[in-house]
Ligand binder design. Sequence first.
Ligand SMILES: C[S@@+](CC[C@H](N)C(=O)[O-])C[C@H]1O[C@@H](n2cnc3c(N)ncnc32)[C@H](O)[C@@H]1O
Length: 388
Amino acid sequence: MGGDNVDVNVSRHLGVVGRVNLGSFYTPAKYVRIASEWLLEHGIGDGWTIADLSCGYGAFFELSEVEGLHGCRYVGNDIDHDAVKKAKAAFPNVRFCECNALVDVSREKFGIGACDKLVIVGNPPYNDVTSQINQTIKNNSIPIDSDLRTRDIGMSSLLAYDKLKAEYVLVLHPLSYMIKKANFSATQKFFRNYELVEHVVFSSQEFAGTSKLAGFPVVVAMYRRKDGNGLSYADVFRTWFRTVEGKSFSLSGFDYVTDEIDKYPGKQRYTPEILFYTMRDINALRRSRTFLQERIANAIDVNPEKLAYYCYVDCFKRYAEVPYYLGNFNVPFVRAEFASISNDVTRVSMHGHPEIFGSKQEPDACTVARVKQYIAKALQGKETNNAN
Ligand SMILES: C[S@@+](CC[C@H](N)C(=O)[O-])C[C@H]1O[C@@H](n2cnc3c(N)ncnc32)[C@H](O)[C@@H]1O
């Protein structure tokens, strides 16, 4: 609750379209509490400036009510006039601006001095303009400085924080910004200057008003500026991420079947022609088709010698029970044991797609059970987690 009894954690003034376009899913109070603990542990207090440049109703300004953080100076900003109005009423001691945080980015614009010790907090808007979720209502008309332009305004926000040279950045963002190589590269200018000092992963379904179908992992991450010596993708690959439920996982902890096959359309053609839908990550696989009858722009040509791997992906889509935090991972498998399951997955998958492979004999229950068991093992990963 904010000072004026406004519930600052839930956006109420926007409809679905407005919420998707502005990325207005406000931060649950428990993550602001976690943020306050980390700030104190890292010595933030009197003399620091804490800014949330996309502050919504000001959920993060609850920090100003935490003992030890009273003495900080607080700066708020949002592009949404109604949100700023509510934030002003709830937090009269915060100095607010009301502008687009992604154009003409400078400390001066927000009244922050060049030498001020700055922490940027918050939950920047995420709105991947290329993703297919909510595609019909997305609009990407908000202007963004050319050096900050990416496919997602959340990634652009990280680039803006780097430009502002904040000493610390403590924000929520989709874990995919860090763990998907293409996103990491697009956000390189931020990551190369910041090291990850604290984090916890939780499900996007914790945000009020989000779809129950498409939960994705969000990380609350505290970064410390380390000019030119921040995170590399190799660091990310080795990191053991911890979730709010007490689980941990690492990109390095799995073998990926996608390392054996093509994930995207290419020029090579094979006989017989077998087509499969483009593979992005596990969450995309959940929504997409697998084997295709018709050649479409997103069709991959299956090398018949590698058919079993594609059949495995098809079985994985059907049977895998994947925790939300692995949603942006590639499809895992157990490389050392694949030869022992390849006939089973081929039988199960072919039977499931008579439109592609003709009618096949139904696999017996033991075959299906072996496939399910193998998938469960693949999801356990190959390494012992040494983070616990
Ligand atoms: C995910 S909400 C987070 C709000 C708040 N920081 C919180 O944690 O509860 C994202 C906010 O970004 C604002 N926003 C979207 N695009 C913006 C832009 N270009 N400049 C400033 N704010 C923006 C939205 O209006 C929305 O309030």
